[in-house]
Design a binder for this molecule. Sequence first.
Ligand code: AKG
Length: 291
Amino acid sequence: MSQLTEQELSLLPTEEDIKLYEKNGWYASPKIISDELIEEARKGADRFYKGERDFILSNDSEIANDSVDESSALLNNEFVSLQMKELNALAFYPLIGAIAAKLARTDAIRFFSDSLINKKPSKPTSKGIVGWHSDKAYWPTCSSNNMLTAWIPLQDVTIDMGSLMHIDESHNWRNEQDLRQFYSFNNQDLSKFEQFLKENKPEHKRSTMLLKKGQVSFHNCNTIHSSSTNVSQINRMALAIHMQDASNHYVKAYKDNGDLIEISYDKLCGKDDLGNPNYSDENIFPTLWKG
Ligand SMILES: O=C(O)CCC(=O)C(=O)O
């Protein structure tokens, strides 16, 4: 694994930053990524939307893989950094994994998945909202509550662009089952959950990630987040990299009716010695950082 330069070391979160991450469930970094790396990633994203691929995924039928649709204000495509070299360079930028490792207080960070989100200016037929959810709600087969996501905007993000919003300290609500009925990435109505919060969590605080290009927002896998409509005139693009801490491994999880849950990534990765999905499969969940 690559070493960090002196300058990169100076950009790691301090103990105080880590404690704030643990308290709030999110951390916004200073500028850690060069304009060149971001511009290259945008080129990779543009090539992806044109249908080009540098590396072929063994199976892309089970993952979010929106096709370009002029009537839709939101495109969501997963595992793009395992398909495009410029997005791979961004996802594997060592400082991102190193910061994640510090925040999760772990010595290794492994890729779990990614989402390239292109939130276009809203259309009469499509608001391009990302509904309130926690990432972990989609990963019941993961043992760790210490997994985290790096959200990397591919341009500055201003208030009118529908930036990422976190509910502070909501990672501590992970066992509150009545919240789960509201969770859905695809839900275009943010207001029902907001009304619920007003009534049941009147003290809650919402933090909107207004970031400059090169800054990265990190959130714990249980932190509740969403993003609203992009009412600006330009596309708001972001690469979200979902990451495993060293402790994470597959655990069996069941639906209410007793059926075994299989998440889509289980169909992409190899099996371990017991025949279960192998969340350490280097082909699909490569190591991003080792301390
Ligand atoms: O880009 C967005 O608006 C949503 C991103 C997201 O859900 C995530 O980073 O986990």
